[in-house]
Design a protein around this ligand. Structure first.
Ligand SMILES: N[C@@H](Cc1ccccc1)C(=O)O
Length: 502
């Protein structure tokens, strides 16, 4: 009989008495796993071989496991520090040993519980005793972690199980296949099998020469294993930004553009933010050293803004009794909000004077010197927007949010009064997280005050907002930690699989 080359290679490599794994065959016949699997299935169909499928658990290190490969297991570090301090002779103060081992946070508990479990010693009355006979070099868990890190197998089931329990190792399920000859396969092999050259792709040359007429084509095997391709894709935050832009353009908004680094004048002074406001200290913002200041500001506007700060606007307004200095207004920083763009556009500086009605938006980065946590990054995307019209009310503002968020299927919105120097009234906006069910803040909004609008030369009402794109994305996709999508701790599986739809 004749068989395609790969099938013959597999047929010759397997035996009738033993199962040979596809992994082993892959190495033996020097073909890709998908090719070997395909050949094995073809042989099974022809009755020459059998294929057996089992589910295997592939161990791999978790992030914590990887860390311990580098730093050593916490209990081993504790033991070594204890020995150093003579705990094999006399009990030593636990605090001192922990410090010497450089353990802190959750590592302390991890070290203590495993220390005793593994017989490295005892902890009693706040003192550590080290077992002089314990051998950290023989630590089976450490050895198993090192083996896995080196890509070697770990055969000891009990050790593997304990590492899984400690969350240092993960088991990924995988279908493993093995192949064995049938009697018929043996018979055919003995009778002699020859190679049948099969063609696996059609070339222009074969078409030109007519060779294709006599060629034998290999069959596709759609059941064969294949590697999962993870091609590049648009990051989910970018996807969300694009969707948001589409929705806002659909709602009649035009897009604003402007500098990430801007003068404090545009970021704060134009928003009636007093110059001694806490958000304007170096604690909160990223100031530029070089260049430290903007070259020019529009003189008239500077005068009007300064007057509003000093005297207020209109009979009911007092202004601030705080210093105002144009040199301070000129200082450059990474914008802490994209409301700087709104100030630029409303002032007429960007696209000339604007007559109502107008609608503008941006979906751009803002930068804040926050403490990183599950809901804060040092930079984030703000969905800025404003509507200029005669006689706007809070209902218009709420209605716009209801409309906008409903496009993303978010209907449970809450409003909470708040304070901004530049809006009155002001509202924080909350939405319900689909996984935790908690209300999370998703934005801030309000109606710009006369103290802001008057110097900018705007007569009509302007309602405005800054919404966090990342928070919107949390509500859409249900992730709980902003660091899952941004920075060094990103959840690649999540990023690969998630799509933003509306
Ligand atoms: N600038 C505000 C958002 C906002 C914009 C416009 C009006 C009111 C609020 C913030 O960053 O939180």
């Amino acid at each position: 009989m004749k068989l395609p080359r790969q099938q013959l290679a597999v047929l010759e490599a397997v035996s009738a008495d033993e199962w040979t794994t596809v992994d082993a065959l892959t190495a033996q016949v020097d073909e890709k796993p998908a090719t070997v699997t395909g050949a094995a299935f073809a042989l099974e169909e022809e009755g020459l071989a059998e294929v057996r499928e089992t589910t295997e658990q592939d161990p791999s290190l978790t992030e914590e496991g990887e860390t311990y490969v580098e730093t050593g297991l916490p209990e081993v570090r504790l033991y070594e520090a204890a020995l150093d301090r003579g705990a094999d002779e006399d009990p030593v103060e636990m605090g001192a040993v922990i410090e010497a081992a450089d353990l802190d946070g959750p590592l302390v508990d991890i070290a203590l519980s495993n220390f005793a479990r593994k017989g490295y010693g005892e902890i009693e009355g706040g003192k550590v005793t080290a077992n002089p006979d314990a051998d950290p070099d023989g630590d089976e868990e450490a050895a198993a972690l090192a083996a896995l890190a080196a890509g070697k197998p770990v055969d000891d089931e009990a050790v593997l199980e304990s590492l899984v329990r400690r969350d240092l190792v993960e088991l990924d399920e995988r279908t493993a296949r093995s192949v064995r000859l049938t009697d018929e396969g043996v018979t055919e092999l003995m009778a002699g099998v020859e190679v049948r050259e099969a063609v696996d792709r059609l070339t222009p040359q074969m078409l030109a020469t007519g060779e294709w007429r006599d060629a034998e084509f290999a069959e596709y095997n759609v059941a064969a294993d294949a590697a999962t391709p993870n091609p590049g894709k648009v990051h989910v935050l970018r996807q969300a930004a694009e969707r948001v832009k589409e929705v806002l353009v659909g709602m009649g908004f035009e897009e604003m553009e402007g500098p990430h680094v801007d003068a404090d004048f545009w970021i704060n002074d134009c928003l009636f933010m007093p110059q001694d406001h806490p958000a304007r200290t170096h604690w909160d913002r990223f100031a530029l050293e070089t260049p430290a200041k903007i070259d020019e500001l529009p003189n008239d506007l500077v005068e009007r803004v300064e007057r509003a700060h000093r005297e207020g606007v209109g009979p009911d307004s007092n202004g601030y009794n705080s210093p105002w200095d144009v040199e301070f207004a000129k200082e450059l920083a990474l914008r802490g909000h994209t409301t700087s763009l709104s100030a630029r556009y409303l002032s007429g500086e960007q696209v000339g004077d604007l007559e109502p009605p107008q609608r503008y938006f941006s979906v751009e980065k803002a930068y804040r010197n926050d403490t990183l946590d599950a809901t804060h990054l040092l930079e984030f995307f703000q969905i800025e927007g404003w509507v200029m019209a005669e006689d706007l009310t809070v209902r218009d503002l709420m209605g716009t949010f209801t409309e906008f968020y409903s496009r993303f299927d978010i209907t449970d919105l809450r409003f909470k009064p708040t304070y901004n120097p530049y809006t009155e009234p002001s509202f924080e906006l909350f939405g319900r997280h689909p996984e935790t069910n908690e209300l999370i803040e998703i934005g801030n909004s309000g109606i710009f005050r006369p103290e802001m609008l008057d110097p900018l030369g705007v007569d009509a009402d302007v309602m405005a907002w800054g919404l966090a794109l990342e928070r919107l994305l949390m509500l859409i996709t249900g992730f709980e930690d902003i660091r899952d999508v941004h920075g060094t701790l990103t959840d690649l599986e999540f990023l690969r699989s998630v799509e933003v739809e509306y």
